[in-house]
Write a protein that binds this ligand. Structure first.
Ligand SMILES: [Zn+2]
Length: 192
């Protein structure tokens, strides 16, 4: 399933390409680790080893694998391009969780319908906020209030930071377009 994601999913392909261009080439057997995890965790990014952990006991569908790999690659991309203080600065973590929820498809319409939350305009933002808070609480011993405060403080800046997609990819078709635009952006830059 991981190989399938890396070879065919446009979200993952765009991120892998962007990582490469930022000088952080991802090697499949070095940077991914399939493990059994506690609880209902799906995956994580280990900044100490620069490895993406995939919870093989909790990922059962290809679409789930696609989303987890994309979500964690966004953390890896942020880790590559910025000096992220994952453990001491909860705002840094909040920012990357907002971006991961916004850009990975975690909050796409189909997922939301599946959760029986189909609804209003602005729901995407509410979903991103909610998931970012839950992600922080899953990995750090902070209060719900602290997590909410951190997310609120950085929300606008981080929600509007769409790198490397250049848009919110709401579907695979969007992601394919974003991938094509990203490749063309590169071509244009090469000719400057
Ligand atoms: Zn995350």
């Amino acid at each position: 399933m991981l190989r399938m994601t890396l070879d065919t999913n446009p979200y993952a392909q765009l991120l892998l390409e962007a990582m490469k261009q930022s000088g952080c080439t991802v090697f499949n057997d070095r940077h991914f680790s399939c493990e059994n995890c506690d609880g209902c965790v799906s995956g994580g990014f280990d900044s100490a080893t620069s490895q993406i952990v995939l919870c093989q006991n909790n990922i059962r569908h290809q679409s789930h694998m696609n989303r987890v790999v994309t979500h964690e690659l966004i953390h890896a991309f942020d880790h590559c391009r910025a000096h992220v203080d994952w453990f001491n600065n909860v705002k840094h973590l909040a920012c990357s969780e907002i971006r991961a929820a916004n850009l990975s498809g975690d909050c796409t319409l189909m997922n939301e319908i599946a959760r029986f939350k189909f609804g209003l305009k602005g729901h995407h933002q509410a979903c991103v906020r909610d998931r970012a808070i839950r992600s922080i609480l899953a990995v750090r011993k902070v209060s719900k209030e602290m997590a909410e405060k951190a997310v609120n403080e950085v929300f606008d800046a981080c929600f509007n930071d769409l790198e490397p997609f250049g848009r919110i990819p709401h579907s695979k078709t969007d992601a394919k377009r974003a991938y094509r635009d990203f490749q063309n952006r590169d071509r244009y830059n090469a000719n400057l």
